[in-house]
Design a protein around this ligand. Structure first.
Ligand code: NOJ
Ligand code: CA
Length: 572
């Protein structure tokens, strides 16, 4: 009997609801659309869906500004439709986790509307309110999304705190009523049958008591200018360090771990739920059993090229510091960062690099998270015009480029798109029909569709092509399921110093897999030691069943998986 639970073995797939599938043809993704794609998800082989916020929201931050935690955005459907989607997943043996935004609500949430109505309102203390200093806000903290972290409220004459946009006021988590209300939200969705939560911006929940000035004297504009002037990694790192200093009082306060333990206790009232932290801090695993089940390995994606050395260093650093019993979680994409295909490609071999990177995410030790659209090789959409921007971060960056940096319009637009997140959130490309089959031809989708949908970057065409990236995703996900060692096995790097090929073992008591990924465009050799009992069960370039010898030659970007053939080999 396996000792691991479903969320350790599962492949997660993130659905960005506005962009995934449009069921009623209004240009906005919705639950009817998702329901229609249940069989697609099953076919792809994913085990669980992470749904980005589906709650009612004024959509300032594309749903991460929630105005009602117990309901469904009308443009996405109804609670009945939500239940149908959830049941549809469960019926097909898949799970669903929701996005839980604890740090802040929308400024349109009734709690905030009441809180700002008067200094004496019983909900006043549900948010972080302070009087200003003579010359302005209570201190010199910034919002990570631009401007001061404090916004003056004319009606009640005080400032409220927001780590993100001013339309996203931070809740005051020191108030027990806030905690109780949010833990009730958690129970509400658990009782409906959801299987867990991804915890948004979980590090930002508490602020340093007393709100001391951060005192660096650096402004966000200074920071942006320096970032744009940086010519090498050292200079960029220096800018990042400055940025971290500016924000050091505003996140990852020690008290957060008491709250995480409490949340874990609530989740544990229900069987088999999972909590996934939007944080790369290993401290959120607690002692390995008492805080969050999974925390994203974001550092893995902080590079332009995924190389063997990069991955080895990343794994060494993270795994050595993982508390006992904790389980890793790997990803190369989500709705906040550039498309995996565009970010890690070299412009010539993007498709092949994409395949190697997928194989990496599916075979490393840890739970893999995929982002909708990566399976067909969707790319950053850098052709979105300013009047089509939806993400205020794109608009802010455009303003900075034009007015602070003095860039020409074209250059400014490019940087605005690179800084903002619209490029990663464009509609899913379902077919070569107009609007990529996302919505009817005569309807304007909420964000423009990327042009490459008519050149094969769509689900329909790729389904019909056995050699497509989509079919490769499906095949690799199925393969992972067939080999328990790839899901649950202990991880051991071999051929430690190879600069081109990343080679490792995954071992359970009854099975050992060998994975060799040639991450470069030339034929290379990996030295695997005595593996005479191994034969290949997968290769992108060669017939399978071949014995594996001491030195294995891999063709450019070849992916090779072998298994010890005297042990149990597959549960397919
Ligand atoms: C992280 C989310 O992933 C991002 O999209 C959002 O803008 C911030 N948290 C604020 O909720
Ligand atoms: Ca719709």
């Amino acid at each position: 009997m396996s000792k691991t639970t479903w969320w350790q073995k599962a492949v997660f797939y993130q659905i960005y609801p506005r962009s995934f599938a449009d069921g009623n043809g209004d240009g906005i993704g919705d639950l009817d659309g998702m329901i229609a794609k249940l069989d697609y998800l099953k076919w792809l082989g994913v085990d669980a869906v992470w749904l980005s916020p589906h709650f009612p929201s004024p959509q300032v931050d594309c749903g991460y500004d929630i105005s009602d935690y117990l309901s469904v955005a009308p443009e996405y459907g109804t609670m009945e439709k939500f239940q149908l989607f959830l049941d549809g997943l469960h019926l097909r043996g898949m799970r669903l986790i929701l996005d839980l935004v604890l740090n802040h609500t929308s400024d349109q949430h009734p709690w905030f509307v009441e809180s700002r109505s008067s200094r004496n309102h019983p909900k006043r203390d549900w948010y972080v309110w302070l009087p200003g200093k003579a010359d302005g806000p209570p201190n010199d903290w910034f919002s990570t999304f631009g401007g001061s972290a404090w916004t003056f409220d004319v009606v009640s004459g005080e400032y409220y705190y927001h780590y993100f946009f001013k339309e996203q006021p931070d809740l005051n988590w020191h108030n027990p009523e806030v905690k109780a209300a949010m833990l009730d939200v958690v129970r509400y969705w658990c009782k409906l049958g959801v299987d867990g939560f991804r915890l948004d911006a979980v590090g930002t929940i508490y602020e340093t008591p007393g709100y001391p000035n951060q005192g660096t004297g650096v402004t966000l504009n200074d920071n942006y200018r320096e970032y744009r002037q940086a010519t090498n990694k050292k200079e960029t790192d220096a800018v990042t360090e400055k940025w971290k200093r500016m924000f050091r009082y505003q996140h990852d306060l020690p008290g957060i771990h008491d709250l995480m333990r409490e949340l874990r206790t609530v989740i544990d009232e229900f069987p088999d739920k999972v909590l996934v932290g939007e944080t790369d801090q290993l401290s959120f695993y607690g002692n390995g059993r008492d805080e969050l089940h999974l925390n994203f390995n974001f550092p893995l994606m902080h590079t332009q090229r995924i190389t063997p050395q990069w991955v080895r260093e990343n794994q060494e650093g993270r795994l050595a510091n993982l508390p006992p019993g904790a389980w890793p979680c790997n990803t190369l994409g989500n709705h906040d960062v550039g498309r995996m295909r565009s970010e890690f490609g070299d412009g010539e071999n993007d498709e092949r690099i994409g395949r190697v990177n997928l194989a990496l995410i599916l075979t490393l030790w840890g739970t893999p998270f995929l982002y909708n659209g990566e399976e067909i090789g969707m790319t950053n959409h850098l052709g979105i015009r300013p009047e089509q921007f939806r993400d205020p971060l794109s608009r802010n960056a455009l303003d900075l480029e034009l007015n602070l940096i003095g860039s020409k319009q074209e250059e400014a637009q490019k940087f605005a798109l690179l800084t903002g997140r619209d490029k990663t959130r464009t509609p899913m490309q379902w077919s070569a029909d107009p609007n990529a089959g996302f919505c009817p031809a005569e309807i304007e989708p909420w964000l423009p569709v990327q042009d490459n949908f008519s050149h094969g970057v769509n689900v329909h065409d790729q389904m019909n092509d056995p050699h497509s990236l989509l079919n490769f995703y499906q095949k690799m996900i199925t393969l992972r399921k067939g080999f328990p060692a790839l899901q649950e096995g202990v991880f051991e790097v071999i051929d430690q110093d190879n600069p081109y090929v990343f080679t490792f073992l995954r071992k359970t008591d009854t099975q050992t897999c060998l994975v060799a990924l040639n991450m470069c465009a030339e034929t290379k050799v990996t030295k695997v030691g005595d593996r005479s009992n191994f034969r290949s069960v997968f290769s992108t370039h060669h017939p399978i069943g071949k014995r594996i010898f001491q030195s294995v030659e891999l063709l450019p970007f070849e992916i090779l998986i072998g298994v010890h053939f005297e042990q149990q080999t597959t549960n397919l």
